[in-house]
Design a protein around this ligand. Sequence first.
Ligand SMILES: Cc1cc2nc3c(=O)[nH]c(=O)nc-3n(C[C@H](O)[C@H](O)[C@H](O)COP(=O)(O)O)c2cc1C
Length: 182
Amino acid sequence: MIELNISCPNVKQGGAAFGTSCDMAAEVVRQVRKATSKPLVVKLSPNVTSITDIAKAVEDAGADAVSLINTLLGMRIDINTRRPILRNNVGGMSGPAVFPLAVRMVWQVANAVKIPVIGMGGVSSGRDAVELMMAGASAVQVGAAIFTDPYAPVRIVDEINEFLDSKNISSVRDIIGTVQPW
Ligand SMILES: Cc1cc2nc3c(=O)[nH]c(=O)nc-3n(C[C@H](O)[C@H](O)[C@H](O)COP(=O)(O)O)c2cc1C
């Protein structure tokens, strides 16, 4: 399968320009759809007003699944030099701090589209992965956590299984989208 990243915030005039407009996101997906019959996963940016609108636009344009979230645009400044610490001035932020935003966006998108949602953003434990799946993710990706623990994905799978066993749930499929909103 192909994961089409239309959401990278770290390059000037880069992928994020496509991912923040419904029309442009749909056009890129239509062109890639024409070029391949492989399953096409479109990776969405959280740096938008309505991620559900973008998700619906790429679904209509032929995406087989969506993955979210990419990093949130952040900035830090060295107060001694008054220079931004990133040479691009701003850059993508990930890790545990973005997890609640990922849960919210996965939940919103899963309720807005019919195609599967792959969830990510700040996942560092099996508990996080279960939570994202209950929000509606059919699968989960792990990024930043691997920098501090290269074996994080293996541990997270074990922790998911421990949770399922403790609740007598036989398949991980049975937790997808099972949040009961107030
Ligand atoms: C150092 C770094 C590099 C990244 N590079 C890419 C990339 O090339 N393509 C992409 O789609 N996402 C990229 N991401 C975003 C991650 O895939 C992921 O969407 C985001 O970091 C949220 O998940 P996490 O908190 O588990 O890392 C990168 C993230 C980090 C931290």
